[in-house]
Design a protein around this ligand. Sequence first.
Ligand code: TYM
Length: 328
Amino acid sequence: MKKTVVSGIRPTGNLHLGNYYGAMVNFLKMQEEHRCFFFIADWHSLTTHPDPKMLKTNVKNILAEYLACGLDPKKATIYVQSDVKEIAELYLLLNMQAYLGELEKTVSFKDKARKNPSNVNAGLLTYPVLMATDILIHNADFVPVGKDQEQHLEMTRNYAQRFNSRYETDFFTLPQPFNFGQELIKIPGLDGSGKMGKSEGNAIYLIDEPKEIEKKVKRALTDSGVTEPNQPKPDYIENLFTIMRVVSTADVVEHFDRQWNRAEIRYGELKKQLAEDIIKATAPIRTAINDIKANDEYLNHIIDEGADKARQSASKTIREVRQLMGVR
Ligand code: TYM
């Protein structure tokens, strides 16, 4: 049976390998068989990136990147969050299911509040409610995301469950996180950190030129090499292997694993291969991004068409929710 799938990406910069392998590869497979909604979370980006000019450019850029990766507007509904005002209404209503104590304890909130203490706004605090709204507005069964979004999904299920029990209904489906490889993925940074991210400044972007990719991989954190066989890999080395597992063939990964276990690892060789494989995986996408970005008329058309389709689904949900809550 066809399932409903919803997922989004904030337009705070270009798509990187984490976005691609954590989310996009699942979008591509899911659009083939399910009822899919993929959107650009521009309201979400206002919590941390309130620059109007940048936002406008980034929305178009991400859309071009979505399409270049292979998202197909004929198969999936591709839209910009702020085009669907029903989301704002449901967000207000769902806020009544969200407890302050829980919101304050959210990992992403604590993280962002710590990084930018001068702008701890209420939007940042209720970020998980807006994300839950994105998902529940289409009553999704599955949400393809990376591991970093797991807690937000759990909160979404809590709000849906609370709503259902308060209004004695089974209206909202409890959505599940989804990854084709079963385990949710986390693509690490090249600087030894746990997560590749735009704000972490450690990302390889789909739009990066081959030379840039080589440079970034060359700079990745390593050490002077391992001296004993069969040692556990330190995190920053394991990170390089994690990226290799998604971009390279199994043979390549085995080859370097063997080198490591025999204490014969040559980081120069590993990095050269890793850069080559990242370039191979991203080069066709980069070309497509540049082509699509040049066609503004086409992008505007996709945005309008997607907004219409998304609104149809959203207005159906909001009508039912109003009725259940007794709101006119
Ligand atoms: P965002 O914009 O940070 O990232 C978009 C998608 O990419 C995944 N991702 C990663 N996956 C693995 N490893 C990484 N290093 C990595 N970095 C990013 C994210 O898991 C995500 O799937 N809150 C969301 C956007 C959002 C959303 C939604 C997602 C808003 N509403 C509703 C799903 C459903 C976010 O900030 O993702």
